[in-house]
Design a protein around this ligand. Structure first.
Ligand SMILES: C[C@H](CCC(=O)NCCS(=O)(=O)O)[C@H]1CC[C@H]2[C@@H]3[C@H](O)C[C@@H]4C[C@H](O)CC[C@]4(C)[C@H]3C[C@H](O)[C@]12C
Length: 335
């Protein structure tokens, strides 16, 4: 399970929880403007917007999970297993070929490399074909859907057996299965939840009264399912208050993500082939200030916030800049 959100104070923020049972060796990766992407169907992308995000780098290719470009356009890939269905390269129709064609692992660099905002991304996605090739045989294409946002707009892009579909996302939240339209319909079941006190509609004027603060939100789902996380993240984000400065905004962003984070042990997946129990948990949480190009993150092992600034690097270079995650736990002692 994964959850991504946008957040706006004086700057705009975009990030996610990455929940899974294993890591793929992800690192913060900056792709400078002149790094050459050799795309499977679209040739070489050799001069493009610079990108910062979380990626596994294999054979000098950044396989991004979530990222932001120098213009502030952001995207996160979230599991959409059983629903995502990419076009087979052998059966892609001639109509597909009239428009751009990218593999699922190329979508993030292609979109962020060439689009400056959601408006241009939407145009690029119209008629796009996502093909099902693997990056390498050992890493089959991941079944994903994507949340895409800039300072003003947020959309979700899903590619299923019916082709590509773009949804407006007025909530700025995304999780996993099923499709985005289900989450928006499901959200309607919770329009009554409130940050205020519980309204006593049943026994008002008697001694039977709400016994606790926070009861206005009674009914808010607390489980880890994607549908429940969508509602809970939306509730927390839409009620969220913070000062506009960077520290308050980033802290608050991580508080929202914490409301849907998965503590290890709570989501058992069964045992692996060697009999070891597998659990899904939050591997990392990220928060990118997309106006300043600063990617903040914390990991399961180390909840201290670490940051990498896109604009502190030479963005006219041709080589990837890779920052291993700070996973070591280093508490600060007060005495
Ligand atoms: C597992 C990740 C999504 C996390 C998530 O949504 N979890 C919920 C799982 S579930 O619904 O509850 O089952 C996804 C997000 C980005 C994915 C990675 C990126 O797409 C980049 C490459 C793409 C390659 O095809 C596969 C390896 C990979 C390195 C992917 C591995 C994995 O599928 C990642 C890390």
């Amino acid at each position: 399970m994964c959850t991504s959100i946008t957040y706006h104070t004086q700057d705009h923020y975009f990030g996610r929880n990455l929940d899974y049972e294993r890591s793929y060796g992800e690192k913060i990766t900056i792709t400078p403007r002149d790094f050459v992407f050799s795309l499977r169907h679209e040739g070489e992308l050799s001069h493009h917007y610079a990108i910062i995000g979380m990626a596994t780098v294999i054979s000098n290719f950044p396989l991004y999970y979530d990222a932001t470009n120098e213009c502030g356009l952001s995207i996160a890939g979230l599991n959409f297993s059983g629903y995502a269905q990419y076009s087979s390269t052998t059966t892609a129709s001639s109509a597909d070929r009239t428009n751009a064609k990218v593999t699922s692992f190329e979508l993030i660099p292609w979109l962020l490399g060439t689009c400056k905002d959601v408006r241009t991304a939407r145009a690029a996605l119209e008629g796009l074909t996502i093909t099902d090739e693997s990056f390498v045989e050992s890493l089959p294409a991941s079944p994903l859907h994507w949340m895409i946002a800039d300072r003003d707009e947020c959309i979700v892009y899903e590619y299923t057996k019916d082709g590509g579909k773009i949804y407006e996302n007025p909530v700025g939240v995304m999780t996993n299965n099923p499709s985005f339209d289900y989450h928006m319909t499901h959200l309607q079941d919770f329009l009554h939840v409130s940050h205020g006190p519980l309204m006593n509609n049943l026994l008002s004027g008697t001694s039977v009264e709400p016994y606790s603060r926070g009861m206005g939100a009674m009914g808010l789902p607390g489980d880890l399912s994607s549908a429940s996380r969508f509602v809970r993240a939306a509730y927390t984000k839409l009620n969220s208050l913070s000062d506009a400065d960077e520290a308050s905004s980033v802290q608050q962003f991580f508080s929202i993500l914490d409301s849907v984070a998965q503590a290890k042990g709570c989501c058992y997946l069964g045992d692996d082939a060697d009999g070891h129990p597998q659990y899904e948990y939050t591997l990392y949480s990220s928060c990118c200030n997309v106006d300043k190009g600063i990617y903040y993150y914390k990991t399961h092992e180390n909840s201290h916030i670490t940051a990498v600034n896109l604009f502190h690097e030479d963005l006219d270079s041709t080589t990837l800049k890779i920052f291993p995650l700070e996973r070591e736990w280093k508490p600060t002692f007060s005495n």
